[in-house]
Design a protein around this ligand. Sequence first.
Ligand code: CP
Ligand code: NVA
Length: 336
Amino acid sequence: MTNLLGRNLLKETDLTREEFLYLVDFAARLREDKRARRERQYLTGRNIALIFEKASTRTMCAFEVGAYDQGAHVTYLGPTGSQVGYKESIKDTARVLGRMFDGIEYRGSAHANVETLGEFAGVPVWNGLTDEWHPTQMLADILTMRDHAGRALSEVAYCYLGDARNNTANSLLVTGALLGLDVRVAAPEALWPSSDIQSLARGLASQSGARITVTEDAAQAVRGSDFLYTDVWLSMGEPADQWDARIDQLLPYQVNASLISATENLDVKFMHCLPALHNTETAVGQQIFERRGLSALEVTEDVFESDASIVFDQAENRLHTIKALMVATLAGEAGE
Ligand code: CP
Ligand code: NVA
């Protein structure tokens, strides 16, 4: 029996394949129960700290709504207004919050910070995104793929295109390797995952049967893929003056109609963790349009708005999967 009581989720490899899939299954059950208005509360009276040193819409709302649905309370500690990281070390913060809260979410830059929280808080710590990993996103993405694939995950192929050294790309590579999928990564070599992360993925793949491809050839990488996945070309925390260089590197990897047809799969689906720069309706999108004349970056508007796009299913699944994670680690077998 899977029991995750008291566990942290700092990166995907904190979970075994079975534990990861247990959380995905549990999230699907919680989703059904919520939709049928028969959700049971396992976290009544618990208190959860939400540390966000970077911006968030989905992750923050998923933790808040998931906690409220389950009867827990949340306290939000934003980029300003607390002592975290300025006058108080992460290690001291961990020991203070661990005395008051039952669980702690952390989003920030340095992955070492969430590891320190996990080591010293004495309560479950969940990584809501660091520069290296985005594990709660992966739970939602695998649930979404499972919903749409129509066959076993071991027969599913997905291709990530874009900045392949970022948190989402690292996590997608390692998650597919852990679970035994066919994972392709297409990016210019300068933006490939680090050799450490590639080695980690290849080691996991040798256990799980996953297939791993990292290439500069986008057309070859997408052929036969069930899902094309991209992310913003410049992540939070990277200097805005790098936009132009990044655009020049990544335009050949834009997910557009011609890349969709290069999959040779009429049922291919488009995924994105969001937020996405697919038109000029954002401040950043408008600035780039004025400077470069590009109306879309990592994905074109026609693909984003097409029937192939399942990005809002992904976004909703953040709620169910984060809720499953909180219940499983705070209430353990009660969540089964
Ligand atoms: N995908 C994701 O993590 O979104 P937010 O940055 O809005 O939380
Ligand atoms: N790679 C992106 C993910 C946002 C959810 C970033 O770190 O900004």
